[in-house]
Design a protein. Sequence first.
Length: 259
Amino acid sequence: MCAGAEGGHLGGSMSLVEILVALYFAVLRVDPAEPRAPGRDRLVLSKGHAGIGLYAVLAERGFFPAADLAGYAEPGGRFAAHPAPETPGVEVPTGSLGHGLPLGVGFALAARLSGSAARTFVVLGDGELQEGSVWEAAMAAASLRLDGLTAVVDRNGLQITGGTEDVVGLEPLADRWRAFGWTVVEVDGHDVRALVDVLGKPGPPDRPVAVIARTVKGRGLPFVEGQVRSHYARLGDRQRRRAHAALRAARRADGGTDR
């Protein structure tokens, strides 16, 4: 998708791939054949600019054929730079940063009021935490004791204008979430097994859970890994081939197939 005419948000999509894989393949109760099943768990990709990462995982999970992604960014298509409900598996339109956690609070509260056991997950970017609406929602969630709500922070340390700590300092981030009444867990955001272990278990009663996933922007692509310039990229043919080669090599090194 990033090798198309429009390019895409490469770095922040690569940093959350394992988070989405852990959720969609081991944690979320969802059915690709019935994306709107009433009792489903909800996932809100609050950092909607990472939509291409979500699209890739939804395709692998079977919500639509992977071949459909060739239509990314085409006028009138259903795969825009930011996700919208026209795409199977997408709950709400996102991308205006700071809105996802408030929406997640609504989903979690609705589940409680309807007697549903559905869980709600919200994936946020760390730069997004500079939005005041995130912390208003965090206060509300703790006050409402929404133990069916989990916020996952993609803590890659970078945003479009530089390092998050250079723009608006967030650390000590775990203590900030605890101060707002949340249970906090920190995890390696590229360790799928650790993510499944953390995300698969409901938190303690009456408290929402914040999972701080330590990640690397552009993970898996050595020529952009950990760099601000990976935020948005349009890959030329040579870069595309380099990217594919790096990912295949990493997969073989992990004992996977050369796909």
